[in-house]
Structures are given as C-alpha cells and as structure tokens.
Design a protein around this ligand. Structure first.
Ligand SMILES: [Zn+2]
Length: 242
C-alpha cells in the first residue's frame, strides 16, 4: 500500500500457522538516494518480501539500505538473505547492533515468551546474524525521503528506534507503538522488555507532527494520527503514576 509519495507499507503474512497475523514493513523509494527497507520479516521470508516489493516496482536487488528498528527475530529475520542478494547497507542503533550481529545472543524471545509460544524456538534456530554497517543514534538525520530523523525509543528493546519522515510526516514506529484496525495503542506489554522505559519513549514522540503512523504490528494509522498519538502519550503519562 502506498501511504505517501515514495513511501509504501508492505504487509506480509507472519506465517501460514498464524492466520490473520501480519507484519508491516516500510519501503522508502528515493530516486536520488536509493531504496530503503525498514525491517526484514522473519527468517525465510525473502520470497514474501520480494513479492511485496513488486507492488512498488522494486526488486530485492534494488535495495540499497535496510534499517532495523530493533533486534527482534521478526524484524531482522530475512535481513542476512536480503543483504546477500542486494548488497544493501544495514543501519541500526548502537545498543541493538551487537545482538543483530550475533556478538551477543538476542534478548528475546525471553524464556517466558518461549514458554508461551514454543514454536518460536524453531524460528530462533533459523535466525542468521546480520552485520551492521552504520550505527545510528537519537537525532541522527538520514538523507532519505527529503530528511528522515532517527528517534531513539528504547524499552521494547534497549536499542529500539523509530523513524520520522519529515517531508511526508510519516512516523515509522516499529514496535514502539501498536495498532488495531486504525486505532493506535502503546507498545505490547507481552513483548516489551522494559515497559516503563517504553512508555517514556512514547512521550519522546510528543513533539512530532504526524499524518500517518506505521506500526509493524497492526499497520497504518491515518485517521486523526496526531490526536491518537497525543491520546496514547496521555495514557503513558497516567500510567506512570500507578
Ligand atoms: Zn515485532
């Protein structure tokens, strides 16, 4: 789905076993600076991602950059395979880079998460490490889509980032926010390592003027996006006093 000029959301099924569950990757087509994919699905989803790219008239080989919002296996999963086929440069936050590169073992799924979803164990075994070419920090500005800001939004993982596309006012939230049929919610407590930090991160997004929010889990929020973001930030403030 095209959500702004040169910005596409690629919705791919999570797995045949989990019907109705989707991942929402973002594709940024920038004729000057090359094509960028934000997050890379689960292991062995290269074909599904390649098929979704066709909608934007892009092939896997055209990818110049892959940005990981964080280390989780459903975000970096097919990264190594995509890099092999495209030679894309990989960007991620310095706090998650060692996990993505396999120098430290991934913080998730935690033993509790594995107990709830034992099928994750087999997926985890297929996870390949990916070399990070460029580490980004809060406030890093990428020459992409007319200016893209990196916003450090830790909590879900220690090095989670969100991206703000200044030209189109699109916020690529990764897992810092979730959505349900157009309704914006905070991060998923069942998958978030540090909920307090994650809620503080949501408040970091307060100064943004957003038209569209892309949540990796839940998809696009476009109706009253600013108001919905303020509501979730307010809820985050309220929860802090609990
Ligand atoms: Zn995720």
């Amino acid at each position: 789905m095209r959500i702004a000029n040169g910005v596409y959301v690629l919705t791919i099924p999570r797995s045949p076993q989990e019907a109705g569950s989707y991942l929402n990757l973002t594709l940024i087509v920038d004729e000057e600076n090359g094509t960028t994919l934000v997050d890379a699905g689960l292991p062995d989803q290269t074909e599904a991602i390649g098929a979704a790219l066709v909608e934007a008239g892009i092939g896997v080989r055209d990818l110049r950059r892959i940005i990981f919002t964080h280390q989780d296996l459903d975000h970096v999963g097919s990264g190594a395979a995509l890099v092999r086929r495209s030679g894309a440069r990989v960007l991620a936050h310095s706090a998650d880079a060692p996990y993505i590169e396999g120098r430290l073992s991934s913080l998730k799924p935690t033993p509790e998460m594995l107990e709830q979803r034992p099928q994750m164990r087999e997926v985890l075994e297929r996870l390949e490490p990916v070399g990070v070419d460029e580490q980004v920090e809060n406030g890093s500005r990428l020459d992409l889509a007319g200016g893209t800001q990196v916003i450090f939004t830790p909590g879900h993982t220690p090095g989670h980032i969100s991206l703000y596309l200044e030209g189109s006012k699109v916020l690529v939230a990764g897992d810092a926010l979730t959505a349900d049929r157009g309704y914006l919610n905070g991060p998923n407590p069942l998958a978030t390592l540090d909920m307090r930090t994650a809620m503080q991160s949501v408040k970091r997004l307060a100064y943004l003027d957003v038209d569209t929010i892309v949540c990796y889990h839940g998809g696009v929020v476009s109706e009253g996006a600013n108001e919905q973001l303020r509501r979730v930030i307010q809820e985050a403030s309220g929860n802090r006093n609990e």
